[in-house]
Design a protein around this ligand. Structure first.
Ligand SMILES: [Mg+2]
Length: 315
């Protein structure tokens, strides 16, 4: 079953933008409980339905409603875009974003990834934010696609496609510059922007493929030919995006998509976050279960920032 046909125009673009941002955060928090565990271990611990509730815990013993590095870095991007586009809407100021990432790095977050940590150390030592990410084509971790959605909230209008692609890549640059890792942000954000505008899921996916570079076009072609399979929950950008798409395409609600994503275990919070940012744009904010939202840390802050940034993008 695919989610197509359910993209009813009753959901407003602002509700879809809120769905994308809060969908990312809520799925990150849901996944944090089962990060680095296997699907078998998850079922043993939580029963046949798996991990379906906001309960904290996990290997870093999170409090209920806490979110992890995925949403923390996304918040840096969200706040940066809001702060630097108040006067004139010029898009992402990557040096401002870099300063916010370094501030977060200096707070010594417990769950910072290796690729991100190395890049932010280079940034802190004086490398410009546009150049501090690893450009090695083999550096393909998922640490940029997990946080990219705010760029799609800003540049959601169809006339802003060039800015959307430019700033999606630039939002990755402080930590990830390889075609696959940075390009994953183009794939996710072109989808999110299309879905915010009420596009059918398949149309948004086709446009994302068109906007992506040749590396991602090849990847998506092969995945289509193979029948759009689940690609596991490892920390790679490729498998993360493809598994997120699989989880959305094989379920019919936001909750089912995100639960399927995090119950793959391993890098559960990040596969959850990427599934949540795309599924949230498709199903809208109202589709996110209340029982998850009511305990989510900083829910109102994320909602207010999203509303402000969306309004900037309407100018
Ligand atoms: Mg995380």
């Amino acid at each position: 079953m695919t989610p197509d046909g359910q993209n009813a125009n009753l959901i407003t673009p602002l509700d879809r933008a809120k769905g994308s941002i809060l969908g990312l955060v809520v799925a990150d928090a849901l996944g944090s409980t089962v990060e680095f565990t296997s699907p078998v271990e998850i079922k043993q611990k939580y029963g046949p339905a798996g991990q379906t509730e906001m309960r904290g815990g996990g290997f870093l013993n999170w409090a209920v409603g806490d979110y992890t590095d995925d949403s923390q870095m996304m918040l840096c991007l969200l706040e940066s875009l809001v702060a630097t586009n108040r006067e004139a809407v010029t898009g992402l100021d990557v040096e401002d974003l870099g300063r916010r990432f370094v501030g977060w790095y200096d707070s010594r977050p417990p769950d910072i990834g290796i690729t991100v940590s190395q890049a932010l150390s280079r940034l802190k030592s004086g490398v410009p934010a546009a150049d501090s990410g690893d450009a090695n084509p083999q550096s393909q971790a998922n640490g940029a696609v997990m946080r990219c959605a705010p760029v799609a909230v800003l540049w959601h209008q169809p006339s802003r496609r060039a800015e959307l692609v430019r700033d999606s890549l630039l939002s990755a640059a402080p930590t990830h510059r390889s075609p696959i890792a940075a390009g994953s942000c183009v794939v996710a954000n072109v989808m999110i922007a299309g879905l915010i505008n009420g596009q059918p899921f398949e149309t948004a996916l086709a446009q994302a493929k068109q906007a992506a570079g040749p590396e991602w076009q090849r990847v998506l072609d092969e995945w289509e030919k193979a029948g759009r399979p689940h690609r596991g929950n490892s920390g790679w950008a490729l498998s993360t995006v493809l598994t997120a798409l699989h989880c959305i395409l094989t379920t019919s609600t936001f909750e089912e998509a995100v639960v399927k994503a995090v119950n793959g275990g391993d890098d559960a919070d990040t596969v959850g976050a990427v599934t949540g940012e795309i599924a949230g744009a498709f199903y809208g904010y109202a589709a996110i279960p209340d029982r998850w939202l009511k305990v989510l840390k900083d829910r109102e802050k994320f909602l207010d920032l999203t509303t402000t940034l969306f309004a900037v993008g309407e100018k």
